[in-house]
Design a protein around this ligand. Sequence first.
Ligand SMILES: [Zn+2]
Length: 360
Amino acid sequence: MCAAQLKDVPELSVHRVTLSVRQLQPCVEQLVLSTVGAADEAPFTMSASRTMRVKILGSGAGGGFPQWNCACPNCAALRAGTFHGKARTQAQLAVSADNRSWFLLGASPDLRAQIEAAPELHPREGLRQSPIVGAVLANADIDHVLGLLLLRELQPLRVHTTRSIRHILTEDNSMFAMLQRVPAQVAWTSFVPGPTFPLQNPAGEDSGLRCRPLSLGAHYPAYVAPRRQSELSSGEASLGLILQSPSGKRLAYMPAVPQIDRALLQEFESADVLLFDGTFWNDDELIRIQGSGQTARQMGHVPVSGDDGSLTRLAGLSRARRIYVHINNTNPMLNQAGPEYREVREAGWEIAEDGWQFDL
Ligand SMILES: [Zn+2]
């Protein structure tokens, strides 16, 4: 499916569901693990459809494309106006069950511009309001959490994340205190890898969307002090997210996958759409360009190409629509005139662009 078709999404038919209201006390912290058993039967309290709308607000990796200090062949050609491909902001998704209340997956440093580029995310009621009601944080990387600080204008939000990531942000980084100036500003809700939890708005109302986090990486960002790292759970460092729509359709959002094992392959077999780590084409991509540095795998990203790369390892997936996302500016598959782009497309994959959306 081409980008033009992807953007051509018909308006959702939205039904207002008025089921019994379960009293959920708004609280500063709620460990969802204890309510997992009831999560699948939880009644909707927000107007909801059976469909989940997914918006790809940003499809690039950290730094975006072009990256401010990069003159690699891709970045240089894009700036010169000779590149066959599009600029990309840093990875950011938004999901909604009703097209009115939205949850962010991650909080990118480009969030302000990404919100302005998406009319659904603009204020629509009163002088101060936002359709953004919550976020899910899957790691503590700068390019995944910095956008939270852009949402500091006393707008109520619910942030779902692990205890470890919350500790890093709120206890070690004093700027995040701007999100806690008043008691009802940000409600932090902890989850653990494995169990499914419901995405809730700041009042504790159930969106109808479900999220199941999978532990993927054990490394915390370099800015986290060694002593703090030793206190944290390694399984809470980096997560992939399985989002489920009210109708049961599944989106696997996996922008940082260090390796593909059998358990992960099984998860992907049950997904309807797979948004997968397209950060690097080659394992030594950055080393080739910079002359030094880490391999893709050392940075927690399985490369696209190679015998053990994702194109080969995921070639047997039959069900899911497969889309690469979180694409680094150095990745040659961004060039639509190049052989790498052609190889990916001929293998049945799409390469995400900012602004794409689809319904599940
Ligand atoms: Zn570059």
